[in-house]
Each structure stands twice: as C-alpha cells, then as structure tokens.
Design a protein around this ligand. Sequence first.
Ligand SMILES: CC(C)(COP(=O)(O)OP(=O)(O)OC[C@H]1O[C@@H](n2cnc3c(N)ncnc32)[C@H](O)[C@@H]1OP(=O)(O)O)[C@@H](O)C(=O)NCCC(=O)NCCS
Length: 219
Amino acid sequence: MPVLPSVLIAPVRILPLHRGRAAGAKAASVTGGNGIVIRGLGPGDSLAALTDLLHRAYAELGAMGFNFTAVDQSEAVTARRIRGRECWVAFVDGRLVGTVTLSPRRPISLPPWRDGLSTAMINQLAVDPVMRGQGIGGRLLDVAEGRSRDLGFTSVSLDTAESAEHLVRLYLRRGYAAVAFHRWRGKTYRSVVLEKLFLPVPGGRGCLRPAIVRGEETA
Ligand SMILES: CC(C)(COP(=O)(O)OP(=O)(O)OC[C@H]1O[C@@H](n2cnc3c(N)ncnc32)[C@H](O)[C@@H]1OP(=O)(O)O)[C@@H](O)C(=O)NCCC(=O)NCCS
C-alpha cells in the first residue's frame, strides 16, 4: 500500500463558517496537524487582540526602518483594512497566533501589471513572534492562495518592502515572481509587487526576478 504524505492523512478540523466583520471568509475553516486551527474572523473575535498581534509581529520590520502600516495601526485602521475582505485567523490552544487578509481586488492606487488577469491581494500576514518557524505563516499563505484559486482568480499577489530580502526570498520560494514596483505614499521604502500565477500565461511569469537581485528597476 502506498504511503501517503503526512499532510494528507493529518486530522483536519473543519469549523463552522463565521460571517464576521470581514465580509467574505466564506469557506469553513481549515487545518489540522500540530493543533493549528485557521478560520475566518468571527463576530466574537477581538479587533484589539488582532491589532495587538499585528503590532507584535510587525515590530521587527518597524525596527528595520520599514514603516509598514501594521507596525502601529489603530484598531479603527485594522477594521478598515479587513472590511469587505476575508480575514483569516490562526489559533493554537485557543490563542490567537496568526492572521492573513485576502482582498478580492487590486487597490486602485496600485497600477495594473498584467492585462486580462484577475488577482486577489494578500495583506496583513502576521505570526506571533514566539510562534515563528512552526509553519503557521505557511499555512496562512496556503489558505489565502487556496481561497484565491477557489474564488476563480487567476493569480494572487502581495507587496512587500523590496529590501526586506528575507520576505522577498520567502515569497519567491513559494512560487511568486516580482512583477512591479510601487511607492506607497508615506512609506520609507519602495514596494515590490509579487504575483503567484495559477495558470500558465503566454510570455511566461514574472519578469523582474533578476532586477530584484541587482536592485534595479526594469519596469
Ligand atoms: C513572515 C511570517 C508571517 C512567517 O511566519 P512563520 O510562521 O514563521 O512562517 P513558517 O514557519 O510557515 O515559515 C515560512 C517560511 O519562512 C521561513 N522563515 C521562518 N522564520 C524565518 C526567519 N526568522 N527568517 C527567515 N526565514 C524564516 C521558513 O524557513 C519558511 O520557509 P520555507 O517555506 O521555504 O521552508 C512571520 O515571520 C511574520 O509574522 N513576520 C513579521 C510580519 C511580516 O513580515 N509579514 C509579511 C509582510 S509582507
């Protein structure tokens, strides 16, 4: 009998759907293995706790000089940034340890980087600093990417500081490719937009990978 990869035979907890403040998060929830439960943010979840998690997770980026919004955003800004989007939250032993938000559209201020494709955007990916390196961030990305695919998007995208090399490398390893640069108003850094395509496209995928390495802008 063939041995299945452990991910396929790990127990999976499916939780009921929560229709929360973050519209969407329609899928029931995910996961299993090492006690992580990921589900949509529900009405009983605390925005203060979510904001506090974001602050703790993004503190290291703030210390590196990157003024990501999540470094110090208010609870009201957290509410605004999840409104009309899918906010997923990860728990271990009932404790909030991670989050990711999926937006069904590209922000208007972000120029389109490809014709004829629809993309969902990932924001506010965060894992509690004391819970890092246990696969929680990867699971959250799995959920956001899986949802994007299930919702019919042809790709999923995100942006990060181009000089946050550990993050750029993480996304490249997961199959994202750099497709554009953008400078958000008020930010200390230039962002690189990374996209993960679900379908092959003529002309191939991301064209900026060598530029990331050289630190040049080619598009
Ligand atoms: C990025 C983040 C969400 C990853 O969460 P995590 O639970 O530690 O991630 P995982 O354990 O699933 O590991 C994911 C990958 O990151 C790598 N990684 C984990 N911790 C790392 C670290 N301290 N430095 C470099 N890489 C690291 C892992 O090796 C893994 O790579 P692989 O999939 O190729 O093996 C988390 O570090 C975080 O919250 N960082 C601060 C906020 C942030 O940077 N958000 C993203 C902004 S664009």
